[in-house]
Write a protein that binds this ligand. Sequence first.
Ligand code: NAD
Ligand code: 6OD
Length: 492
Amino acid sequence: MDAKVVGVDRLNFIDGRFTPGSSGRTFENISPVDGAFLGQIYEAGKAEVAAAVEAARSAVAGPWGDMALADRCDLLHKVADRIIERFDEFLDAECADTGKPRSLASHIDIPRGAANFKVFADVVKNVPTEAFHLDTPDGAGAHNYAVRAPKGVVAVICPWNLPLLLMTWKVGPALACGNAVVVKPSEETPSTATLLGDVMNEVGIPKGVYNVVHGFGPDSAGQYLTQHPGVDAITFTGETTTGEAIMREASVGVRDISLELGGKNPALVFADCDLDKAIEGTMRSVFANCGQVCLGTERVYVERPIFDEFVSRLKEEAEKLKLGRPGDEGVNLGPLISAEHQQKVLSYYAKAVEEGATVVTGGSVPDMGADLAGGHWVSPTIWTGLADDAAVVREEIFGPCCHIRPFDTEEEAVMLANDTPYGLAAAIWTENASRMHRLGRKIEAGIQWMNCWFLRDLRTPFGGSKQSGIGREGGVHSLEFYTELRNICVKL
Ligand code: NAD
Ligand code: 6OD
């Protein structure tokens, strides 16, 4: 294990200061790669959560709330620039916590983690509000115009799969809109959120604007935060069942929520596709980040004439994936995040066999050698032959695996894609442009990629339908969540 990331304790960051807090509780940060101890994490208790919310309130009521928009946005640009200047520290920390390949984190997690600050600072400066002139009986009329006010204190509760990227995707627009935040990173990935506290201080973000409390969900920092009456809005990314629990908490005091939840995303591969592109894209959508991407593909539907060729080519490519430490040459697949998640994914590997799957490749724990034996490794896995109601086809697994099934008509493909309680993402592979537009209107998913995957324009609406979430963020849609629109009516 890299000496730079071993023995680094992660403290809470409250009101511009790092603090162990007074809960007296710590837990261990464990490397997913080999089970090594990385450092202690200081768990926030009720007192720390209350202090963080209080600091955030004071910041909104004081220097942050009073700051000119242009100055606020300049500071957020500096945050992004400083993340890039400290790129290697963020990269080391993210790879240590998650075990993901450096090649992935250096192209996606860290650059996007920084970009989220710039993009939303620019959106806030450039999006207008509406104005109306109202005729009145006295002939003088009235002007109505809308202004945006920050919501206040926003709780940001994050998952472990893309820790910095998904956290700043919410913190960026929240701060750009003039809110202050209290972030609860996943207990599995405390490091980059903590490091960001240091960056906030370095560039001169006023104290209390950005706070981090560490801990778990129920009976810990997560629940204390969502229950705190000083929190005005809650934005959450994570599992659907956790989203339900958070929604219940948010109902107390009628606080606004944004929920980005789970998925069981389909890919539809038509016989008229460019097969090379479809294989390359499906390899990424199934296996990137060891399958731990909410937008990833776990159900692949392939038009029958190319089914056998598709399965055999995907198998060939999956078997070329190189598992190993984040920085090792050519590594493109890391471990799962935790022993608990490894057990969950392996339980689906076993269930697939019980349910009658043909295991095309994988399905087990790879032999990684003594050095990595303590890590949370699973083999990249492909199945065929399962019924449409099999648990493996219906439930989110969040691992490096997919089931592939043939279809015969476009109507059948649409029916299969939509046969899920989720509605987050879909990937469609076809060279028929009319089909792309037709399917775009029929597939029940918040984002549909045609001949691509994870190509993100941050000005566009992002979010899920059905059990994949509530609300949209991205571009102007983030402003809808992170601000209150007020109408001002001036009688002339
Ligand atoms: P999770 O729901 O277990 O945890 C997410 C966060 O919520 C963690 O910080 C956790 O400590 C906290 N939490 C748990 N219970 C809580 C409670 N009762 N109150 C307050 N906080 C609580 O999710 P995870 O395992 O970290 O992430 C994986 C899941 O996230 C998958 O289901 C994946 O699909 C989903 N996800 C969705 C998106 C999206 O954009 N839709 C993006 C990434 C991940
Ligand atoms: O790209 C994004 O903005 C985003 N929210 C991605 C979500 C990925 C889920 O794992």
